[in-house]
Design a protein around this ligand. Structure first.
Ligand SMILES: Cc1cc2nc3c(=O)[nH]c(=O)nc-3n(C[C@H](O)[C@H](O)[C@H](O)COP(=O)(O)OP(=O)(O)OC[C@H]3O[C@@H](n4cnc5c(N)ncnc54)[C@H](O)[C@@H]3O)c2cc1C
Length: 469
């Protein structure tokens, strides 16, 4: 072990996805509470910055406007904005005439890589293994493994910091019945996160099944559909949800992704918050209406000369179990929830667009467990400044980026709130206000302003108003 006793940092970030890259960019050059600049370091296990590389399907776009870049919604004058990137690349005029509010996903990835290549203090190929609190030094100890290009351990190291920012994101989720198949190398059963690496193998299969009715499932289905000959599509798209439902994208619906709603959600009691997140699935789990339209259009064009495309789209279906048939085929055992009917489907390849789950913090933070304050479900309690609530003896803060859906609501993974959250963290950390934040961000007023009941109580009896016809 090569223990490095370096000067402690003010802030160490774990993971460099958009959340912590935003924090690193906005922290760059900020003054420290005392003298000099804020000392920051960020560690990422990947060799370089990559934003969901398996799903950078040609033509796919962000679901948020380009203003939801790493910095603009906190500081439009930042040198790390998407417009600065375009200026640097001498592409401002083409972008101006393109009139594209929703930029290509590949372009967002390229922009983030441009920022990641320039902001100082980012360490790629470093996997953080453990975090502890050192009460003698009033510092967090962060242990990491330096990885070689093949991802093998090359060296071990340790760094010290007064504060931490966890930005470890989400990992692909595979439902239990399909896990053994996805782990068997001979059968093409893959998670959509690995789609592009396996696209040729999937396209070569006689019959392909896509499972999942979110945006990724829709994009993969559309890509496969476009690539297969008319009349010989041989595609099935199954979803557990009762319909292939559109994502909520009305102007007032989008106000659920504002700091105002986040603040309101945070103020609610834990059981109410836990009830709300699954009930709001259409805010984040549906399909973009443009993608639904593109799928319908592609299917429709295939009927122009008569006949129907050889594609089956069935919602309301659960995959109960799955097994291998011979060496290459897969049999899916299906159940239609509303009908109560069961059936089997034999297919040659499966793409699991079954979503992502927050990466568990338990292993990483095992050494901090005695200091963590948890809710009734064992999840970390997080205050309104994105800080984990810790034992008061701990003088440092642990900020959480995109691991706070249970306390801050559906906006936690949203790119449109990343710059705001980073700015809030830096305002707290510096004790100054390098990024002033307006008190109001939505037209909707979420919740009622609590007012004390008037005393003495009115003597007139209050009757319910008659319903409007
Ligand atoms: C395909 C796809 C498209 C999306 N499109 C949109 C969109 O258009 N608009 C929107 O608002 N949201 C979108 N999202 C949701 C979300 O905002 C993004 O997924 C975003 O990447 C979240 O950023 P993050 O930094 O929090 O996490 P991640 O991007 O998951 O990054 C976390 C990073 O931490 C690293 N890491 C994890 N553990 C360790 C460790 N122990 N040591 C070191 N490094 C570690 C990981 O390697 C990873 O690079 C999309 C999600 C997906 C999957």
């Amino acid at each position: 072990m090569t223990a490095q006793l370096d000067a402690p940092h003010d802030l160490v970030g774990i993971g460099i996805g958009p959340s912590n890259l935003s924090l690193a960019a906005l922290a760059h050059g900020l003054p420290h509470q005392g003298a000099g600049e804020l000392a920051t370091a960020f560690y990422e296990q990947r060799r370089d910055f990559r934003w969901h590389p398996g799903l950078l399907i040609d033509g796919t776009t962000l679901q948020v406007p380009f203003l939801a870049d790493l910095v603009t919604l906190a500081d439009p004058s930042s040198p790390w904005s998407f417009l600065s990137y375009l200026k640097h690349k001498e592409r401002l005029y083409p972008f101006y005439f393109a009139e594209q509010f929703h930029i290509h996903r590949a372009e967002y990835d390229a922009y983030c890589r441009w920022v990641a290549g320039r902001v100082p203090g980012l360490h790629f190929g470093h996997q953080v293994d453990a975090v502890r609190w050192n009460p003698e030094r009033d510092l967090f100890e962060v242990d990491f493994t330096q990885l070689d290009p093949a991802g093998e351990a090359e060296a071990l190291g340790r760094t010290h910091t007064r504060n931490l920012a966890l930005g470890i994101g989400t990992a692909p989720h595979i439902p239990d019945p399909l896990r053994p198949l996805a782990e068997a190398p001979t059968v093409p059963v893959i998670h959509s996160a690995d789609y592009l690496d396996n696209r040729q193998r999937i396209l070569a299969a006689e019959h392909v099944t896509v499972i999942g009715s979110g945006q990724s499932g829709a994009e993969v289905f559309l890509d496969l559909l476009r690539a297969r000959p008319a009349g010989r599509e041989r595609l099935t798209w199954l979803a557990r949800t009762p319909s292939f439902a559109p994502m909520e994208y009305s102007k007032l619906g989008l106000e659920h992704f504002t700091p105002d709603y986040t603040r309101y959600f945070h103020s609610l009691p834990e059981p109410v918050r836990d009830h709300l997140v699954p009930a709001q699935w259409q805010l984040h789990k549906g399909i973009d209406t443009a993608t639904i339209a593109a799928i319908h259009d592609e299917l429709y064009r295939r009927t122009l000369h008569g006949g129907w495309p050889d594609a089956v789209l069935t919602p309301g279906v659960t995959v109960r179990t799955a097994g291998r048939v011979a060496t290459t085929k897969v049999e899916l055992h299906l159940e239609h929830t509303e009908q109560g009917a069961r059936s089997r489907l034999t297919t040659d390849a499966v793409v699991l667009a079954t979503g992502y789950r927050e990466r568990p913090l338990t292993r990483l933070l095992a050494g901090l467990d005695p200091y963590l304050r948890k809710d009734s479900s064992g999840r970390p309690r997080i205050d309104d400044r994105y800080r984990m609530i810790l034992d008061p003896s701990v003088t440092g803060s642990i900020f959480v980026q995109n691991g706070e859906r249970h306390t801050h609501g559906v906006g936690a993974p949203d790119l449109g709130l990343a710059a705001w959250r980073s700015a809030a963290i830096l305002n707290t950390l510096t004790g100054k206000e390098p990024y002033p934040q307006p008190p109001r961000t939505a037209f909707t007023t979420f919740g009622l302003e609590p007012r004390p009941e008037p005393h003495p109580r009115p003597t007139v009896e209050l009757r319910p108003l008659a319903d409007h016809a």
